[in-house]
Design a protein around this ligand. Sequence first.
Ligand code: FES
Length: 368
Amino acid sequence: MTQVFIGILAVSGLTAFLALLLEMAHAFVLNYGEVKLSINKGDKEFTVQGGSNLLGTLMDNSIFVPSACGGRASCGLCKVTVTEGGGPILPTETPYLEKDEQEAGIRLSCQVKVRSDMAIEMDPDLFNIKEYKTLAESIKDLTATIKELRLKLVDPPEISFKPGQFVQFRAPEYRGSPEPVYRAYSIASSAKNKNEIVLCITKVKGGLATTFVHEFLKEGDKVFINGPYGDFYLRDSDSEMIMIATGSGLAPLMSILYQMAEDGIERKATLFFGTYRPNDLFYVDELKDLEKKLKDFTFVPVISGATEDDNWKGETGMVTDPVKKLLQKSEAPREAYLCGNPLMIDAAVKILQENGIKEENIYYDKFA
Ligand code: FES
C-alpha cells in the first residue's frame, strides 16, 4: 500500500515538474520579447510583443488586413509585403502566392510570425479600415439554418461601405471557443443606412463564429466588427447583369439591388437564387418588391432538391441550369456578379465563359 502511495506521489511530482518545464519554455524559450514593426518605410512604427502572427499583431494595433477565413490560410486575402524579418515562406502560403509575388516578398500575414524586428509594406488605404462597436439589435431566423443579424452602430455611429463589401465579425471567447475568432460576412443592407448593417449568417457544423451567433448571441449584446473590405461591388457599365447566388451568398447581391433601386440604375438584371428546397429561400418578398421598383429586374428562384410535397412550379436543378438557357438566347454584352460556395462559383464561371462572358466581366465573392 505504501509503495502504491509513493508511486502515485512520484507520478504526480513528475507531471507537475513537466508542466513547470513547459511553462518555463513558454516564458523563456518562446518569449521573443519586444520587437519593432515598421510599416511603409517608417510611416507607422510599433513596438510589439513578439510571438504572435502578423495579422493579429496588426489588428492589436488597429490596423486591419482583409482576412475572410479568419487566419486559417484558406482565403489568401491577407497579403502584405515583408521586406525585413518574417522567416521563410511556409507551405501553407504557397498555394496563394504566385512565383513573382513570392520573389517580391509578398506573404500571408496570418501565417507569418513576428519573432524579430520586421518591416512590411501594405496598401495605405487599409489604414482607414476601422473597428466598430455595435449592438445586436435583432436576430431572426431567415431559414432553418440562416439567421439575419441586424447590428446597430454605436462607436463610431456610422459606417460607409460599397454595396457588395464585407465586414469581419468578432466572435468572443465562449464555452467551446477559448479565444476570439474573426469571420467575414457580406453586408446585406442598403449602404444609405449608415447607422446599422444586416448580416446573413449560415450555421456551419463546428463553425466557431456561426455557433456563437446561432447559440450564444442575444439581442442587446455588444458585438465588434471591422471593415469594410473587398472589391466585390457594382461596376459602372450599361451591360446586362447576371447575378447568381446560393444560400447566404444572396447577402451582397441584396445590398447591390438596394443600391440600384435607390440610385435609379435601370440596367437589365436577372438574379438566379439557388437553394435545395423552397423553404430555404429567403428575402422573397423583398426581391418581389425590388422587381416592382427596378425597371428591368427579374428574380429567378432555382430549387435543386424539390419533392412532390413541395409542389414547386418554378425552375429546378442546379442554379446554373437556367443561367445557361438565358445566355443562349442572345449575345448581349453582359456582366456577372456571383456569390456563394466555391464549387458553385467555379461551375458558374466556366458556364459564363463558355457562353461568351469574358473573364474580366465576371465578379465574384467566394465563401472562404
Ligand atoms: S486570413 Fe490569411 S489566408 Fe485567410
